[in-house]
Unconditional design. Structure first.
Length: 367
């Protein structure tokens, strides 16, 4: 192994999680689970990334037990005997290859288009029934609906620990349900679930507390969050480091062990006057380990991938430099690992000439 990439291949430990290296497979929606049940093909897909050297796999988003949590019958669920049996086989497959794995627990909220989703007769749910400012799609969530969501996340986390996962990630980013509560643009409530930043974070805090109570103390909780939203790429939850600290501190205190800080390009600085990216600021402000992410090894950000576009490879020298400095602890890799299950081992062994350019066709298969 080249000394140059040592920072990527140092071991990492947090609570009950021990990793051989700092490379994480980023969660990427695939829709290869008919009826919401992950198949043996899904298990093999993740096993190949573990076999290829990836330290931690975070699965595609998998939905909690709420009939309106999903937007497609082909997105895997994280409830019901059949789906959980499929996930248990996935865990065994990844562990057999020496990897570690967490599910990303998900509720899509108002991003669900009811007519295209299971149970089309049911309206989608969100804090104020808004997909984006001015786009009303449903009535505001009731207290009972909010409690269903909190319980759904807690039950899913308990099931994850029971069937052998190594931790869980809560999807609190990208304009889905939890982020719809975080963001003033979609949360216009005037009760205890809206208004101030503390109130807008209350759903996430209650979910974190419920998961902590439903799992053992050494079972890691990861929270993924983002400034940007699918509804507005320029949106920001916090315009300054001070506001970011105000946002993060209650989440950290509630029981988040690791923050997964999503940005479109990891090399972009978060605030003027500082070289730190979002994960760097989050680690500085909370003292908790962080995962950075955003177009690792690629020139184009992932929005081009949704349009079926490819991307040329990009040097990771600046990534190594940031990790050498301890700016963040782990790095999540998305499309580069989607294209090439052996990306991690190729980086470890200095086989950069063998790295594959990302092709949009990779989204159409489960290889």
């Amino acid at each position: 192994m080249s000394n140059k990439v040592d920072a990527l291949f140092a071991p990492f430990k947090n609570k009950g999680l021990s990793l051989d290296n700092r490379v994480v497979m980023a969660p990427m929606t695939r829709e290869f689970s008919p009826g919401g049940v992950p198949t043996s093909d899904v298990a093999e897909y993740y096993r190949r990334r573990a076999e290829g050297g990836t330290g931690l796999i975070i699965t595609e988003g998998t939905t909690i037990n709420d009939p309106v949590a999903t937007m497609s019958a082909r997105i895997p669920q994280f409830h019901g005997d059949a789906a959980l049996a499929g996930w248990e086989q996935t865990v065994k497959a990844v562990h057999s290859a020496g990897g570690k794995i967490m599910p990303q627990l998900w509720h899509v909220g108002m991003a669900r288009v009811a007519q295209k989703a299971p149970f089309p007769e049911l309206p989608s749910v969100g804090p104020s029934g808004l997909f984006k400012p001015g786009k009303q799609g449903a009535e505001p969530m009731t207290q009972a609906q909010i409690e269903t969501v909190i319980n759904g996340f807690a039950t899913a986390a308990a099931d994850a620990q029971r069937i052998g996962f190594d931790g869980i990630e809560i999807h609190g980013a990208h304009g889905y349900l939890i982020d719809q509560f975080f963001w003033e643009g979609t949360n216009q409530r005037t009760d205890e679930w809206g208004g101030s930043m503390a109130n807008r974070s209350r759903l996430a805090i209650e979910i974190i507390k419920a998961i902590r109570a439903a799992t053992s103390p050494d079972f890691p909780i990861v929270l993924r969050y983002s400034q940007w939203k699918q509804q507005d790429y320029t949106a920001r939850l916090a315009e300054t480091p001070q506001l970011l600290e105000e946002f993060l501190a209650p989440l950290s205190d509630a029981g988040v062990d690791i923050f997964h800080c999503s940005q479109r390009r990891y090399w972009e600085n978060e605030f003027e006057g500082s070289d730190l990216n979002l994960a760097g600021w989050t680690k500085k402000l909370t003292g908790k380990p962080t995962i950075s992410v955003g177009s690792v090894g690629l020139n184009e950000d992932f929005f081009s991938a949704f349009a079926g576009q490819g991307s040329n490879t990009r040097s990771i020298d600046d990534l190594i430099e940031r990790m050498d400095k301890g700016e963040f602890d782990l790095i999540a890799v998305g499309r580069a690992l989607l294209q090439d299950p052996n990306w991690t081992n190729k980086i470890r062994n200095g086989k950069l000439e063998e790295l594959e350019q990302y092709s949009g066709e990779a989204l159409t298969t489960l290889v």
